[in-house]
Ligand binder design. Structure first.
Ligand code: PLP
Length: 443
C-alpha cells in the first residue's frame, strides 16, 4: 500500500518544493502542525449544518472544533461573525453574491487583466460574470485604481455589490475610497483580502473592517493556513442588515455547499492561533521588507515594475519595454532555473492573457522558509540575469507560428547551461532553508 505511486509522487513533489524557490504570491507553506491536522481523522466525518444544528449524528467534537475556529477568527479580526466553512475563495465569493443579490443584479469588480480575480465578475466565462450584470473598473496611467472611472461607472450602473480585492495589484487597497463610492450608490462593499490578510494582521496594510460590510479571505495565502476560506461579517454590515450573518450562513448551506471540510476547519483554528502570535506580526513585516528589497533589486538591475514598485507582498515585472509577450518565456526560463513564478498580464496589456508581457512575483513563501533581505538580493540578481539571457526570444507576430516557437523555446531552455547553472546555485541556497522555518514556530 505505502509503495503506491501516489506516495512516490508526493516524495518527488516534496523534494521539488525543497530545492526550488517559490515566488508565486498566492502560495505559502503551512506549519507542520497545520499539516498534521489536515491529515487527521477529521476528514472522515460528515457534518452538514452548523454547530448544534447538524443533519448528522456524531458531531460533538466537530461542533467544538468549528466553534473554536469561529471564536479565534472573530477575536483575531475583532468581527461579530465568521463563517469558516467555505471550501475555498471562489465559492466563498459566490456565496456572498448569492446572499446579497438576485441573479441579474449588478456586480462591480476590478478587471482581471488589471489585477482583479475571475470571481469578481470577469465577463462571460465565469459564473459571477454570467449570473450577474458585471461592470468592471480599471487602473489609471500610474497603474493605480482609477476611482474617478469607478465612481462614473457606479453612478451609471448602480451596482448592488462592489468588490474591493486584488490578485495582481501591487498597491494597498484604499478601503475608505471604495466605501465612499459604495455609499454614493447605496451598494454593499465586499472586501476580498485573500492576498493581504497576513499583512493586515501584521499592521502593514490598511484594515478593511471599518469600511466593508463583508470581508472574504482565503486561508492559504499570506494567512499561512490550509486551503480554504472564511467570510467575516462586520459591525457595519450587521447594522445595515441584522440578518446578514444568517443570510451568509444560508448561502453556504443549503445555498451552495454540503458538508464542511472538518480537517480544514480545525487547521483554520490552528492557523488563527499562529496568526495571533507576536511572531506572526514579525513574519508579516518581513514579507513586506523582502518584497521591498526584491523590487528594489529588480529595478536597480534595470527592470520595469508595474507602478514602479510595491506596497504589498507582490510585484509584477513589466517586460513590454524589452519585448511585448515575453512573460511566458521568462516564467518558463525561471522555472528551469529553479525559481517558479507565474506569467501575468500587465495593465493595458499589449499582447494577450495567454502570451502576456508580465511576470508576477511575491514573497510570502520564501519568507516562511526564513529567507531575508540577503536572499532577496540574490534572487533579484538571478531573475535579472535570466531576463537578460532570453531577452531576444521574441514572440512571433504570426499567431500560428507562436505555438511552434514556444515548443522549441522550451526544449532549448530545458538544456540551457546558463539556466541549469543558476539552478545548481538555487538548490545549493535552498539547503539552508526548511519549508517552514523554525523561527516562525509557536509553542
Ligand atoms: C483575490 C482572490 N479572491 C479569490 C480567490 C479564489 O480563491 P481559490 O483559488 O481558493 O478559489 C483568489 C485566488 O487566487 C484571489 O486571489
Amino acid at each position: 500500500m505505502y509503495q503506491d505511486k501516489v506516495f512516490q509522487l508526493i516524495e518527488k513533489e516534496t523534494q521539488r518544493q525543497k530545492e526550488e524557490i517559490g515566488l508565486i504570491p498566492s502560495e505559502n507553506n503551512v506549519s507542520p502542525e497545520v499539516s498534521a491536522v489536515l491529515a487527521s481523522v477529521l476528514s472522515n466525518k460528515y457534518s452538514e449544518g452548523y454547530a448544534g444544528r447538524r443533519y448528522y449524528e456524531g458531531n460533538r467534537y466537530i461542533d467544538q472544533i468549528e466553534s473554536l475556529a469561529q471564536a479565534r477568527v472573530k477575536k483575531l479580526f475583532a468581527v461579530p461573525y465568521a463563517n469558516v466553512q467555505p471550501y475555498s475563495g471562489s465559492p466563498a465569493n459566490f456565496a456572498i453574491y448569492f446572499a446579497l443579490m438576485d441573479p441579474g443584479e449588478t456586480l462591480m469588480g476590478l478587471k482581471l487583466t488589471m489585477g482583479g480575480h475571475l470571481t469578481h465578475g470577469h465577463p462571460r466565462v465565469t459564473a459571477s460574470g454570467r449570473f450577474y450584470q458585471s461592470v468592471q473598473y480599471g487602473l489609471d496611467e500610474k497603474a493605480r485604481i482609477d476611482f474617478d472611472e469607478m465612481r462614473r461607472l457606479a453612478k451609471k450602473y448602480r451596482p448592488k455589490v462592489i468588490v474591493a480585492g486584488n490578485t495582481a495589484y501591487p498597491f494597498e487597497l484604499e478601503f475608505d475610497k471604495f466605501r465612499e463610492i459604495a455609499d454614493e450608490v447605496d451598494a454593499w462593499l465586499v472586501a476580498d483580502i485573500s492576498h493581504v490578510t497576513g499583512l493586515i494582521i501584521a499592521g502593514v496594510h490598511q484594515s478593511p473592517f471599518a469600511a466593508a460590510d463583508v470581508v472574504m479571505t482565503t486561508t492559504h495565502k499570506t494567512f499561512r493556513g490550509p486551503r480554504g476560506a472564511m467570510i467575516l461579517v462586520t459591525e457595519r454590515g450587521l447594522k445595515r442588515d441584522a440578518d446578514l450573518a444568517k443570510k451568509i450562513d444560508a448561502a453556504i448551506i443549503p445555498g451552495l455547499q454540503g458538508g464542511p471540510h472538518n480537517a480544514t476547519t480545525a487547521a483554520i483554528a490552528l492557523a488563527a492561533k499562529e496568526a495571533m502570535s507576536r511572531k506572526f506580526k514579525v513574519y508579516g513585516r518581513q514579507i513586506r521588507q523582502n518584497a521591498d528589497v526584491l523590487a528594489r533589486t529588480l529595478m536597480d538591475e534595470g527592470l520595469t515594475l508595474v507602478g514602479n514598485g510595491t506596497q504589498t507582498h507582490l510585484m509584477v515585472i513589466d517586460l513590454s519595454p524589452i519585448s511585448p509577450g515575453l512573460g511566458l518565456q521568462v516564467a518558463y526560463a525561471m522555472s528551469v532555473a529553479g525559481l517558479y513564478a507565474n506569467r501575468n498580464t500587465v495593465p493595458h496589456e499589449p499582447m494577450s492573457p495567454f502570451y502576456p508581457s508580465g511576470v508576477r512575483l511575491g514573497t510570502p513563501l520564501v519568507t516562511t522558509r526564513g529567507m531575508k533581505e540577503k536572499e532577496m538580493k540574490t534572487i533579484g540578481h538571478w531573475i535579472a540575469q535570466i531576463v537578460d539571457h532570453i531577452k531576444n526570444q521574441r514572440l512571433p507576430e504570426d499567431r500560428r507560428a507562436r505555438r511552434i516557437f514556444i515548443k522549441q523555446f522550451k526544449a532549448q531552455a530545458d538544456q540551457d547551461k546558463f539556466l541549469l547553472d543558476i539552478r545548481r546555485q538555487v538548490v545549493e541556497l535552498t539547503r539552508n532553508f526548511k519549508l517552514f522555518a523554525d523561527e516562525w514556530k509557536i509553542g
